[in-house]
Ligand binder design. Structure first.
Ligand code: ADP
Length: 210
């Protein structure tokens, strides 16, 4: 059974690869970023709390995200799963590995992309309001979702360069140490995320066909 975690800095292509891996392996996936944004949009009390972290580029507290993820996992433990954006801290990784409310991942996929490449991607990043896909738009070009054809593409509220820099700094400080954590367990594969989405995916596909 595949239990996959996908790691990488903001705009490294986690969402895009997540959709493809879900289709390839037929497993459910959870994007913690999407889950949190949906909570914010609902206007709930929890959503208002979450919003105060996301909109200043901070991670939400471990206990809060761990509760939300364990709830999702309880409904999805049978088929295997993919987690996009969790764990993001050592405390989250240790809970996933050891805590009864979670299950240990079988593989950790890390997408590696340099900071300046990411800044360029943030400016052109949109989210499809219809199917949820992450879409890249070129300056001046028509904005259409290549997955479903919808023209309703929105800019994520946390996608500005200043917010990105803070998320990236958090990522370097809090999430990058997980590479060593999973490497020590023999579970890490690191991929060059600067190549095309197809090229990144073909490496992933090869890995799962072995
Ligand atoms: P990105 O990878 O581009 O930052 P995500 O959609 O994965 O975007 O996450 C958006 C925001 O949601 C993060 O900046 C962070 O505030 C919050 N978040 C998502 N997952 C976690 C997590 N596992 N722990 C803490 N905060 C999280």
């Amino acid at each position: 059974m595949h239990r996959i975690i996908l790691m990488g800095p903001p705009a490294s292509g986690k969402g895009t690869q997540s959709l493809r891996i879900q289709k390839l392996l037929g497993i459910p996936a959870l994007s913690t970023g999407n889950l949190l944004r949906r909570e914010v949009e609902s206007g709930s009390e929890l959503g208002q709390e979450v919003d105060s972290y996301i909109n200043r580029g901070a991670y939400v507290p471990d206990e809060l995200i761990m509760k939300m993820v364990s709830k999702w996992l309880a409904d999805n433990e049978e088929k295997g799963w993919l987690l996009d954006g969790f764990p993001r801290t050592l405390a989250q990784a240790e809970a996933l590995e050891n805590d009864d409310a979670f299950q240990a991942p079988t593989i950790a996929i890390a997408l590696d992309v340099a900071e300046e490449v990411l800044v360029g991607r943030i400016a052109g990043r949109r989210e499809c309001s219809s199917c949820g896909a992450t879409v890249r738009v070129e300056p001046g070009a028509e904005e259409v979702c290549p997955e479903c054809g919808s023209t309703e593409l929105t800019v994520r509220s946390d996608d500005d360069v200043e917010n990105f820099r803070r998320r990236y700094a958090n990522y370097r400080e809090l999430t990058q140490p997980l590479f060593d954590y999973y490497a020590a367990k023999g579970k890490l594969i690191t991929l060059d995320g600067t190549t095309s989405p197809d090229a990144v995916f073909s490496v992933i596909e090869n890995h799962f066909s072995q």
